[in-house]
Design a protein. Structure first.
Length: 174
């Protein structure tokens, strides 16, 4: 995966070992330029808030859901991570699984392995001791570099989705 962290290397080794056991005839390849992308691999927006947590969260999710619908994004799933943490440092921490079927379809025509990046997860959280809500997601540049997406139609539709998603989040944090 390109990380120097020992725990990440250990986990990567365990995953590859397990895959070799359950799929003994499978082949794998590593992207030679993975994570050497010059553009930001994580897109992050922050919303400063002085509202109470429940009101800020409700307003944010209403605006977000409206924006996603407007641009044809689908929320494939939601996960409240606070439900799975003891003594969470967050007022809330949610994961939104977002997809846009025409994007996945177009990219999968030439790069079926890029499906590993779908759906994209939008992390939305507020730390208890901060007056800001953070929204962040892996940029489409991960798809482009790690899955070696280089056909113009695939790149174009990914970049358009990135632009649309950024405009949604920019409106959310206004």
């Amino acid at each position: 995966m390109g990380f120097d962290d020992e725990l990440i290397k250990k986990l990567e080794g365990e995953v590859l070992s397990t895959l070799k056991k359950i799929l003994p005839n499978a082949k794998h390849k590593l992207s030679p330029n993975a994570l050497q992308e010059e553009r930001e691999l994580i897109t992050k927006y922050e919303l400063e808030t002085d509202e109470d947590v429940a009101t800020a969260k409700e307003n944010l999710f209403l605006t977000l859901d409206n924006g996603l619908s407007l641009y044809g994004f689908v929320v494939a799933g939601k996960l409240d991570l606070n439900e799975h943490m003891d003594n969470s440092p967050y007022d809330f921490y949610e994961g939104y699984s977002i997809c846009k079927l025409p994007v996945i379809y177009t990219v999968a025509l030439t790069n079926p392995d890029a499906a590993a990046f779908a759906p994209c997860t939008l992390a939305i959280y507020k730390k208890k001791d901060e007056d800001k809500i953070v929204l962040e997601f892996p940029s489409v540049y991960n798809w482009i570099s790690s899955a070696l997406v280089n056909d113009s139609e695939g790149v174009d539709i990914l970049l358009k989705a990135q632009e649309q998603f950024e405009s949604i989040l920019a409106e959310v944090v206004e």
